[in-house]
Design a protein around this ligand. Structure first.
Ligand SMILES: [Zn+2]
Length: 143
């Protein structure tokens, strides 16, 4: 390999790494926005639920179906929030302990806080290798 090839390759991999980092930062920001939106949604549904509970107490014929629908909606939002948090953990390469809720590095097999066994994670290299980087290499060989 010539000196020039070496420089080109080094520059390319640096650019790829920077691109990946930017990509992750964008994903992270988007997830954070979603997280706060969902948290806000949950809050407003709880407010509505509180109003409904008040009405139910006052009213002789309370709308129980609407109340149940609100509770269901909150459950859905909690499920979404859990998904968002899971995706955030993945980006940070962290896992949440299923027993105590502590966040820890995903390479740990056991929770450092409570000692519980942590869920297994797939190898990060396999998931993180972006397809476009591989394609770029192929193009170079054809030139
Ligand atoms: Zn734990």
């Amino acid at each position: 390999m010539s000196f020039l090839d070496d420089i080109i390759n080094t520059t390319k991999s640096a650019a790829a790494t920077a691109g990946k980092k930017t990509d992750e930062a964008v994903k992270f920001t988007k997830l954070k926005i979603k997280e706060s939106q969902t948290t806000g949604d949950i809050k407003s549904h709880f407010e509505k639920l509180g109003e409904m509970a008040y009405e139910m107490k006052k009213n002789e014929n309370p709308d129980a179906a609407a109340f149940d629908a609100e509770v269901e909606e909150i459950d859905k939002l909690y499920a979404r929030l859990a998904e968002i948090n899971h995706a955030l953990d993945d980006l940070r390469q962290e896992v949440t302990c299923p027993v105590c809720g502590a966040k820890t590095k995903s390479e740990n097999a056991f929770c450092p806080k409570c000692g519980a066994k942590l869920p297994e994670k797939p190898a990060p290299e396999a998931a993180e290798q972006p397809a476009e980087v591989l394609d770029e290499k192929k193009d170079d060989e054809n030139k």
